[in-house]
Ligand binder design. Structure first.
Ligand SMILES: Nc1ncnc2c1ncn2[C@@H]1O[C@H](COP(=O)(O)OP(=O)(O)OP(=O)(O)O)[C@@H](O)[C@H]1O
Ligand SMILES: [Mg+2]
Length: 443
């Protein structure tokens, strides 16, 4: 016989082999025995199970498999055949399943090695060894059915215990979660209080400064008025008219200063009120393009009104298909105004612009649809923001502008408004190149 199996022979032997196992699993003793050579050597799964002929093996089948006939199955069978000295050797690895109370249950990994020899009446098993390498079978038992049942009960109990444990753990988690939520709420509250405290301290400090000026100038002015009164008391020819005119001029200037610092205090208080008002207002579906356009023009003309020499260009790059978003328009308008004002102020103060006649100060406002969000981009080609103040610009009262020109509340207010909308406000800036403020809002 050839050393290799022909396809036909392999198919025939495989069919026979499968048949053999079906008869074994069904405890069909006669069919089972018909596949065996008279002198088969067979080793079963336990120590005792060693048989030297087909009658012994048949008896074993009746005894051991009879009670579980039809309740054993090999699945995921890996069957390999090879010709060995004119015999056919078959090695099989499979998952053995057992039907317990109607449910097919994985029992063990099975390994079977068989040798078949060609006899007068066809191929017969002459050798076979069946084993469960990770066996649960005990001595004298062929299939540990009782053991599996017991194990299954244990398993079921273990699952029940585990479920209970998980339920308890879950309950604990839920408790922890609700405690966490409460703590978080407290934290948010105290954070608000802290930033309110910070704000109040800032306000006190900021207002103190103009108030000092107001107090000092009014004290000085009162003294000066006293001096004039002294002069008036004198006889006309002894009066120093020149001195009186000078003092009056000083008083006039003092009042201008008092007025200037009074207005400063006023704008600080207004800014503070803006901060506390950010929570009000109704959200409405808003066309961000027209809102941005409106505030861009408002800001530009505001700058012009304050300073008729103000020169700047502006451009808009609006996404024509930008969907409307649900926002509080007056608050988003305030943010846009603050940021666009900053941009115009930045290019207005550009030293390079003053030095370099080719410099073209420009503010660009663009919108973009990002899918689940929209983005508003405000870009200027001003001096940029130095790295060391980048993380301060959003703090209340942080300003680099001369006294009286900025309260430093613009960006802090803007940040609060955007956060209250669930959005983001970010800045990118390069020194001497300009700044880009990006607002993202969820649709
Ligand atoms: N586009 C920009 N270019 C350069 N610096 C900027 C720009 N925008 C903001 N800053 C810096 O951030 C600081 C804080 O800005 P913010 O708007 O909060 O206050 P402000 O403009 O100084 O005062 P206010 O807005 O209250 O009038 C500014 O003083 C400035 O130093
Ligand atoms: Mg500002």
């Amino acid at each position: 016989m050839s050393k290799t199996l022909t396809k036909n022979l392999e198919a025939d032997v495989k069919e026979l082999y499968i048949h053999f196992f079906n008869s074994m699993f069904n405890a069909d003793v006669e069919t089972y025995k018909s596949f065996m050579a008279e002198e088969i050597h067979q080793i079963g799964t336990t120590l005792e199970e060693v048989y030297y002929n087909k009658n012994e093996s048949g008896n074993y089948l009746e005894r051991a498999v009879g009670p579980v006939a039809g309740k054993i199955e090999f699945r995921n069978r890996d069957i390999r055949m090879k010709v060995v000295d004119g015999l056919i050797g078959i090695i099989e690895k499979a998952d053995c399943y057992i039907n317990i109370d109607g449910a097919w249950t994985f029992y063990d990994n099975a390994r079977v090695s068989s040798l078949l020899q060609k006899k007068k009446d066809g191929w017969k098993f002459v050798q076979q060894h069946i084993s469960f390498p990770d066996s649960r079978t005990e001595e004298g038992q062929t299939v540990g059915l009782e053991k599996i049942k017991a194990e299954n009960i244990q398993l079921r109990n273990a699952v029940k215990r585990r479920t209970k444990e998980l339920e308890n753990a879950n309950r604990e988690l839920e408790n922890t979660l609700s405690k966490l939520k409460a703590t978080q709420a407290q934290l948010i509250h105290s954070e608000k209080m802290a930033s309110l405290g910070e704000l109040t301290a800032g306000i006190a400090h900021e207002i103190q400064n103009p108030l000092n000026f107001v107090n000092n100038f009014s004290d000085v002015s009162a003294e000066m008025i006293g001096e004039i009164e002294e002069e008036i008391k004198k006889k006309k020819e002894e009066r120093n008219e020149l001195l009186m005119a000078e003092i009056l001029q000083d008083i006039k200037e003092n009042f201008q200063k008092i007025n200037h610092h009074g207005k400063r205090a006023d704008s600080i208080v207004k800014g503070m009120l803006d901060h506390s008002r950010t929570n009000g207002g109704e959200r409405v579906l808003t066309n961000i393009n027209s809102l941005a356009d409106e505030y861009l023009r408002l800001s530009f003309h505001g700058m012009r009104a304050k300073n008729s020499d103000f020169q700047a260009h502006f451009e808009t790059h609006f996404d024509p298909n930008l969907p409307k978003v649900n926002v509080i328009p007056q608050n988003i308008g305030r943010v846009l105004l603050n940021i666009i004002n900053n941009a115009f102020q930045a290019i207005d103060n550009t030293d390079t612009g003053k030095k370099n006649p080719d410099f073209k100060p420009i503010v660009k406002v663009a919108t973009r649809d990002l899918g689940d969000k929209i983005e508003i981009i405000i870009e200027d080609n001003g001096p940029g923001i130095p790295e060391e103040i980048k993380d301060k610009i959003f703090q209340p009262f942080f300003t680099t502008k001369p006294t009286g020109e900025g309260t430093g509340l613009g960006l802090s207010l803007s940040y609060d408004i955007i956060k209250a909308h669930g959005g983001d406000l970010e800045v990118e800036s390069k020194l001497n190149e300009g700044s880009v403020f990006k607002i993202t809002l969820t649709k």
